[in-house]
Design a binder for this molecule. Structure first.
Ligand code: CA
Length: 224
């Protein structure tokens, strides 16, 4: 999953980026409203963390422009303390949730997970498909109850597919959602990650899920 992180406070942005990357997200960053607006319009992000007090163009204006253009990714706004009307204005402008500064990183992460889940129509923090399970809180993956160790990229591919069981996902879409903008992308590596996931998540059980290759189209996570 890809997060667009918009915050002009360099220290806070660095802390948030480190935490989000540690939680398995790919992170694109902007420190002003103009760059943020552009990235939100052009990149396939799964959620946005948007500070409202931004240079060049303020966060509220950026959010309104996205929504007016039909960009409907989940947006979590960061608001200043004791500024309740900023929250109201943000929610009215199309924000899905808000956090007041200062906040705990754990709370930000929990809210982001919930927003991403809801966008996929999922209710539980533990994603289940057959005997595969992925706990979005801990990043723990199990197959038939046994823990499975995945690399960061394997996890990102599985996480994206587990949020979309039964849905055909193209290689291009996967590539867009697992790599941040400045990353050297190669869609051929997706095939490698999927191959490794199949090996690591093999189970003799009749309840095993599988990742199906749809020729020339992409992949689909198939429940048993
Ligand atoms: Ca700010």
């Amino acid at each position: 999953m890809r997060i667009l992180l918009v915050e002009d406070d360099t220290l806070l942005r660095t802390q948030l980026r480190t935490a989000l990357q540690g939680a398995g997200y790919s992170v694109d960053e902007a420190d002003n409203g103009r760059d943020a607006q552009f990235l939100g319009e052009t990149e396939a992000v799964d959620a946005v963390v948007l500070d409202l007090g931004l240079p060049v163009v303020d966060g509220l204006t950026v959010l309104k422009r996205w929504r007016a253009e039909g960009h409907n990714m989940p947006v979590l706004i960061l608001t200043a303390r004791d500024n309740w009307h900023e929250k109201v204005a943000g929610i009215d402008a199309g924000a899905d949730d808000y956090l007041t500064k200062p906040f705990h990183l754990e709370e930000l992460q929990a809210r982001l997970r919930a927003l991403i889940r809801r966008a996929s129509g999922l209710a539980s923090a533990v994603l289940q498909c057959g005997d595969w399970s992925l706990d979005t809180r801990s990043g723990r993956v199990t197959c038939a109850g046994q823990p499975v160790a995945l690399t960061a990229h394997e996890f990102k591919v599985l996480d994206y597919l587990m949020h979309r069981p039964g849905v055909l996902v193209s290689r291009a879409e996967l590539t867009e959602h697992i790599y941040a903008q400045d990353f050297d992308r190669d869609s051929n590596t997706i095939e490698v990650f999927v191959g490794r996931l199949r090996k690591k998540l093999q189970s003799p059980s009749a309840h095993a899920a599988r990742i199906e290759t749809v020729r020339g189209m992409g992949y689909r996570l198939v429940p048993p």
